[in-house]
Design a protein around this ligand. Sequence first.
Ligand code: FES
Length: 208
Amino acid sequence: MSNSTDWLYTDIVKDHFMNPRNILKDEENFQADGSGTTGNIKCGDQMQFVIQVDKEKGTIKDCRWRTYGCASAIASTSVLSEMVKGMKLEDAYHLTPKDIVKNLGSLPEHKIHCSVLGDKALRTAIDDYYQRNGLTDKIKKESARVICQCMNVTDHEIEEAVLEGARTYLELQERTKLGTVCGQCETEATELLNHYIDEHFGGNLKLI
Ligand code: FES
């Protein structure tokens, strides 16, 4: 097997990594209608996403982003920034890492979690737009509870990770990045992991 990581990535991923689109270079000259930041600079993968909104149409007119993330985070967010231009805010709000990966061709399994940074930052930017424009009823945080403060991971995301196959705390970390900074959320996250495995898979796979 090659020592190079080339074989892991599709040409689309490589292209977006080498030539990332819509990078935020000149913040002062990009009049953002909404701005969102996610991740934690302490672990080196912070992501900022800013959007301009066509208020008449309710669509994303333009966007920029920047990150300290890895190659996969860069490629994922680059492709995401192309996908969302012209898209309705509600549709952009519901994009998932899977949608992004589909547009990238594919991403190595262990790198899929890197693509969550972009879509989370995008949702935060849309929330910020809603907040600034008195549209707080559209903010979909309803019953979601933040479990990992450092990585802003909610109980909903833990449930989603279980539904997508996470069965151990390590797998949960891989998918959501929770617990990767101070670690204080581990006990509560593990309890929730067991709870959702029990709820959705009858407890057969419960952790000991
Ligand atoms: S609360 Fe710090 S890593 Fe989760």
